[in-house]
Ligand binder design. Structure first.
Ligand code: RB5
Length: 145
C-alpha cells in the first residue's frame, strides 16, 4: 500500500518517526514534507496529501500538525477525503472499520509518540468492515460533498 505522509513544523518530529516506522513495516511511503522545524502552513501540506489520494497516487494519507485539528479540518474539505483525528488505539481501529477513513490526522504535540506509532500500525492494518450499515452512512457523507 502506498501512503502519503505530511506534516507542518509542529508535526515534523513525529512525521519523521512515522515515515521510518512505515518503511520498516514495508509500506511504500511518499513524504510530502515539511522537512524541517521552520514554520509552514498546515493547509498546504494537507491539500498536497489529499490531492495525492484524489489522483490515486496513494491509497491513504497520514497528516500531523501540532494538534492534528487543522490538518483534519483542511483534509475533510477535499472531495473524497474522510479524515479522522485520532488519539487512541480503539478509535484508530474503529475509524477504519466503520468510517473507511483514508486519512489519519495526529497531533504531534498532543499524543505520546510511542502511542502514535501504535495508532498508525492499527490504522494501516485495519480493513473497512464492509457492513452495509456503514457503507450506507459513508454514501450519505459522500452525497453531501
Ligand atoms: C502550529 O502552531 C499549530 O497551530 C498547528 O500545528 C496545528 O496545531 C493547527 O491545528
Amino acid at each position: 500500500m502506498k501512503i502519503s505522509v505530511g506534516s507542518d513544523h509542529a508535526g515534523f518530529p513525529l512525521k519523521q518517526k512515522i515515515v521510518t516506522f512505515l518503511k520498516e513495516q514495508g509500506f511504500d511511503v511518499d513524504d510530502h514534507g515539511t522537512h524541517s522545524l521552520d514554520s509552514v502552513d498546515y493547509n498546504d501540506v494537507a491539500v498536497d496529501v489529499a490531492k495525492s489520494i484524489q489522483q490515486n497516487h496513494a491509497e491513504r494519507g497520514i497528516l500531523i500538525c501540532g494538534t492534528g485539528i487543522g490538518m483534519s479540518i483542511q483534509a475533510n474539505k477535499m472531495e473524497g477525503i474522510r479524515a479522522a483525528l485520532v488519539h487512541d488505539k480503539e478509535t484508530a481501529k474503529l475509524t477504519r472499520e466503520h468510517n473507511d477513513t483514508n486519512v489519519l490526522a495526529l497531533g504531534g504535540r498532543i499524543v505520546d509518540h510511542a502511542l502514535a506509532l501504535d495508532i498508525v500500525h492499527l490504522w494501516v492494518n485495519t480493513e473497512f468492515s464492509q457492513d452495509p450499515r456503514h457503507q450506507r452512512r459513508i454514501e450519505k457523507l459522500e452525497a453531501k460533498e
